[in-house]
Write a protein that binds this ligand. Structure first.
Ligand SMILES: *Cc1c(COP(=O)(O)O)cnc(C)c1O
Length: 189
């Protein structure tokens, strides 16, 4: 996945012209500023939300994205469940797991994952993947392995993990999507 946050529409167009079709954005508003035009020109693009989603922006996200990777709390599951009957498009939904149990990061805590997955089943919210951002400065391999364990346990198709600094390790552990920003656009992205 090409992570296009803070990148201009023109910069993203280069990747689209080169044939790339999977992109991620971490802010709903910023994505709405850039992507309607790009998606009009490249209709087979898939755009993933990889940043936090406020419950009052669910409809807004459903209007643009193809996947929300950051389902992480009961209130958001409830809002999505309430919205689904009105949804005009199918979106893939991933649960973000706070795999390092870091207070500053979003994502469901590992010990709260079973309850959240139960709620998703109960409310008819289909989960097709898990996503994580492991702690920086330590070997991410044990975290990636734990993610792969959850993937097997819950039988979800996708594992979105690995960024510019650790994508090779993530792939070794079974990532199906690596999210790459700075390696493609340079420092500061
Ligand atoms: C910015 C971002 C990335 C890309 O990180 P890089 O280290 O620049 O490759 C991946 N995932 C999320 C959620 C991000 O916000």
């Amino acid at each position: 996945m090409v992570v296009g946050k803070k990148q201009s529409e023109t910069a993203l167009r280069h990747f689209l012209d080169a044939g790339h079709r999977l992109f991620g954005e971490n802010r709903v508003q910023e994505a709405w500023d850039k992507w309607p035009y790009l998606k009009y020109d490249f209709q087979d693009v898939r755009l993933h939300l990889i940043g936090p989603l406020q419950t009052n922006k669910v409809g807004y996200a459903y209007g643009l994205f193809d996947c929300i990777e950051t389902v992480d709390r009961p209130k958001l599951v409830e809002k999505i469940a309430d919205y689904l009957p009105r949804a005009e498009r199918y979106l893939d939904l991933f649960v973000q797991i706070n795999i390092g149990r870091e207070p500053q990061k979003s994502g469901v805590l590992p010990e709260d994952l079973p309850a959240l997955m139960d709620l998703c089943v109960k409310r008819g919210v289909p989960i097709t993947g898990f996503m994580c951002i492991p702690p920086v400065g330590v070997d991410p391999t044990p975290y990636f392995q734990q993610m792969a364990m959850y993937q097997r346990e819950y039988g979800v198709k996708h594992l979105s993990m690995g960024m510019s600094g650790d994508y090779e390790k993530a792939i070794e552990c079974g990532a199906t999507i690596v999210r790459i920003g700075s390696l493609l656009f340079g420092i500061g992205s």
